[in-house]
Design a protein around this ligand. Sequence first.
Ligand SMILES: CC1(C)S[C@@H]2[C@H](NC(=O)CCCC[C@H](NC(=O)C[NH3+])C(=O)[O-])C(=O)N2[C@H]1C(=O)[O-]
Length: 351
Amino acid sequence: TSLPSPSVTGVLAVQKQAMANGAPGALTRIDSGASSYRIAVGKADTAADTAMDADRRFRVGSVSKTFTTVVLLQLVAEGRVDLDAPANDYLPKPLPDDRITVRHLLSHRSGLWDYTNDMFYHTVPGFEAVRNKVFTFQELIDLSTAHQPTNQPGAAYSYSNTNFVVLGQLIEHVTGVPMATQYEQRIFQPLGLKNTSYVHPQTTITGSYARGYVRDDDTTLPLVDSTEQTVSWAQSAGAVISNSADLNRFFAAIVSGKLVPQPQLREMMSMVPVNADGTQSYGLGLRGRKLSCGVTVYGHTGTVQGYYTYAFTTADGKRSMTSMANTSNNGTVNTVLAGTLEAAFCGVDPV
Ligand SMILES: CC1(C)S[C@@H]2[C@H](NC(=O)CCCC[C@H](NC(=O)C[NH3+])C(=O)[O-])C(=O)N2[C@H]1C(=O)[O-]
C-alpha cells in the first residue's frame, strides 16, 4: 500500500509547537524511497546561539533498547541463548525469580521494578546525583530487586529499564564481550552507522551534536544543560548516541531482515497491545504505533535528560522517520513531538 506524501509543513508546525511549549529546538529526518527530508528549527546550543540542524548527533535514550535487542536476537539465532529459557541460566548472579525468561525481559513482562522511579523522583537533583556516576550492571539490578516485583513473570506488561540492564549483563556474561564491542561489530560497522556510538562511561558527545536541556520540576526555573553525562544509570537500556540518518537506516535494516534472521524478526515484531485503544503495542525491544491513516509503524521512543526521540519505520522499511526535541521532563513537548509521525507517515498537519 502506498503512503501519502510526507507533510513537511506538518512537521514544521509540530516542531514550532514543541518550541512554543519549551523545547529550545527540534529536528526531523524522513527517508522515503530515494527522497530525504530534513527539517530543523530552533537552537542546538542556546548559550552559543547555534542553530539546530537535522544531522546533529544526540542521546537516543531507550531507542538503545532496540540495539540491545538486535544483539540478543543474533545470539538466539546463533543458538547461544534460548528466548524461553530462564534468564538465570545466563546470569552471573540469579534474579530473585527463576521463572523470569529472556523473552519476559525483552517484552517488559518480567515484573522487575524500574529503579529509575526512585532515582529520578526529583528530576534535577536525581540527575545531578548520577550525572558523573559509573554503575555496574549488578548495582543497578540490586537497586531494582530491593523492591517487590510489579507482577508475576509473564502476567502483565510493565515497562522497566531494569529489563534491558539485565539483558546487557546477560549478553556480556554469555559472550565475554563488552556491549560497546557487540554494538560496534554486530550493528554499527555492518550498517556503516558513522554517527552512532556507545562511549559509556565517557560523558562527551563527539562530532556535530545538539546540546540537551532538562526542565526542572519547578517549571519557573531555567532549563538545565544536561548534555554531558555518563548515562551509566541506563547503559544497555539507554546510553547510545546517534543521529536521525543512522536511526532511520537502523530501523529500516531491522524490518528488512538485514540485522536479525526471519525467525527471530518474527518474534521481535509479534506485537502485544499496551494501551486501551490498541494504537500502541510492544514486541521484543520494539514499539508499534498505529497511526490515524491505518498504518502501523515500528521503532522506539526515547526519553533521556535533555532529549526526546521518536524513531520509527514502516513494516517494509520503505519510509523511516526520526524526530528529536532537545528538552525533557516536559510531557507536553513529548506528546506534541509524536505529531511528526502523523505528518511523516500519514501526510497530515496535526497542529
Ligand atoms: C518509557 C520512557 C518514557 S522512560 C524510559 C527511558 N528513560 C528513562 O527511564 C529516564 C527517565 C527520567 C527522565 C527524566 N524525567 C524525570 O526525571 C521525571 N522525574 C527527564 O525527563 O529528563 C526511556 O528512554 N524510556 C522511555 C521510552 O521508552 O519512551
